[in-house]
Write a protein that binds this ligand. Structure first.
Ligand code: GRF
Length: 194
């Protein structure tokens, strides 16, 4: 399955997905890495991993509609069959998402449905959550709300900082997302639970 990955920053999740797809038996192959941020560190990682890259700068396309039209054009030109959002920090409109229904995945750093949106680690700590982690889900028009394809969880350490917790969750993300993509690309939507 031709797989495109959308990033906005360091691209550590993208790199793990691409590295895992290098395995010959993997049902997906990376065809494009797209960033909405021209200077995203993940673009250099993608180039080092020999994956074609493209920038669709959300500030340069005349608002959300222009940005999404260009993003859709780029993805279709690459004949993407699966789109993985990986540290992608733009909210996509319902219309855009409808065009990729059932073929777009996202990783969110919380145990959905808890803590949709931003600042998930600080919120988990503030609310005294005993458990925390990350979720891979199908993207639907509602934010952070589609069918869950996988979750990985850990014990919150009382008193740890949000940064420390985020770093521990990120390591779970790097295990979870590749496992979910392998299964999803093979047509299996049984949730991965780590
Ligand atoms: C991280 O905060 C991660 O939890 C979330 O996106 C951010 C950057 O990830 N999924 P990446 O290194 O760009 O993959």
């Amino acid at each position: 399955k031709r797989t495109a990955i959308l990033i906005s920053g360091s691209g550590s999740n993208m790199a793990r997905l691409v590295e895992d797809m290098a395995d010959k038996g993997h049902p997906a192959q990376p065809v494009l890495v797209v960033s909405n941020v021209p200077e995203a560190g993940g673009l250099a990682k993608a180039r080092r991993l020999n994956v074609p890259t493209f920038v669709v700068d959300h500030r340069a396309h005349g608002g959300r509609a222009g940005f999404e039209a260009e993003l859709d054009r780029v993805l279709r030109a690459a004949r993407a069959e699966i789109v993985c959002l990986a540290g992608f920090m733009r909210v996509l409109s319902g219309d855009f998402v409808a065009g990729w229904e059932g073929r777009m995945l996202n990783i969110h750093p919380s145990l959905l449905p808890r803590h949709r949106g931003l600042d998930t680690h600080a919120r988990a700590l503030a609310e005294g959550d005993a458990r925390h982690g990350c979720t891979v889900h199908e993207v639907t028009a509602a934010l952070d709300d589609g069918p869950v394809l996988g979750q990985a969880s850990l014990d919150v350490i009382p008193g740890e900082t949000p940064e420390a917790l985020a770093a521990r969750v990120l390591r779970l993300e790097h295990r979870l997302y590749p496992a979910v993509l392998r299964r999803f690309a093979a047509g299996d939507t049984t949730p991965v639970l780590l």
